[in-house]
Every structure is written in C-alpha cells, then in structure tokens.
Design a protein around this ligand. Structure first.
Ligand SMILES: [Zn+2]
Ligand SMILES: [Zn+2]
Length: 111
C-alpha cells in the first residue's frame, strides 16, 4: 500500500510530499523510504531494496533509514507502519536543527 507523508519540524524544516512504499501494493520491488545522511545531514528518499543506500546529495553511504534509532528517538507513535518500516509521528531527527522534533504526518494514499 502506498502512502504519502510529509515531515515538518518546529524549526521550519518541511519536506514536500513523500511517496512511500511501492505503489498500490506492498509487495512490489521498489520501496521508497526516507533516509538520513550523516555526512551532509540531509533527508533523502531511497529504495530500501538497494543493497547499498547512497545519499542523493553527496553520494555518501554513511546513511541510516528513518526507522533506525540513530534517526528516531522512539517509534511509540507512528504515522507509517509497514513491516519493519516505521516512521515516527513525534520524534525523528531533523536534518536542519539536529533535534528529535521532526514529525512525519500521513497525508493520504496513492496508487
Ligand atoms: Zn549526504
Ligand atoms: Zn528542525
């Protein structure tokens, strides 16, 4: 199931609408998910089926997905939850202000 989310933070950081998953069904081969680049401190989308995830901005492979405890404080409250791919609606790491105050919000389905 594809979902759209946006992420925003009280510091003013905001992403455009992010398409998650791989279209109408879960079990397709493309699986977009937000990742955090430790090298250039940015949020980018990656295909989680790729063996090595590389930052689209700086080409670093020093990246973590947003369900990794480096990039999220906890996953008690989620706005996206599919298998082990989860996004916090409360406390993800903001690439702009370095605080765990980035919130992912589910803004609907897509196909
Ligand atoms: Zn980067
Ligand atoms: Zn912020």
């Amino acid at each position: 199931m594809g979902c759209k989310v946006v992420a925003d933070c009280e510091c003013g950081f905001k992403t455009p609408k992010i398409k998650l998953g791989g279209g109408m069904y879960c079990h397709t081969t493309v699986n977009n998910f937000p990742n955090y680049c430790k090298n250039c401190k940015s949020l980018f989308m990656a295909n989680m089926y790729d063996e090595i995830i590389v930052c689209i901005n700086c080409k670093s492979s020093d990246t973590v997905p947003y369900n990794n405890t480096f990039a999220v404080k906890n996953l008690d409250e989620t706005s996206f939850n599919w298998e082990d791919l989860k996004l916090s609606s409360e406390n993800s790491l903001c690439p702009q202000c370095d605080q765990f105050s980035l919130k992912f919000k589910n803004v609907g389905m897509w196909d």
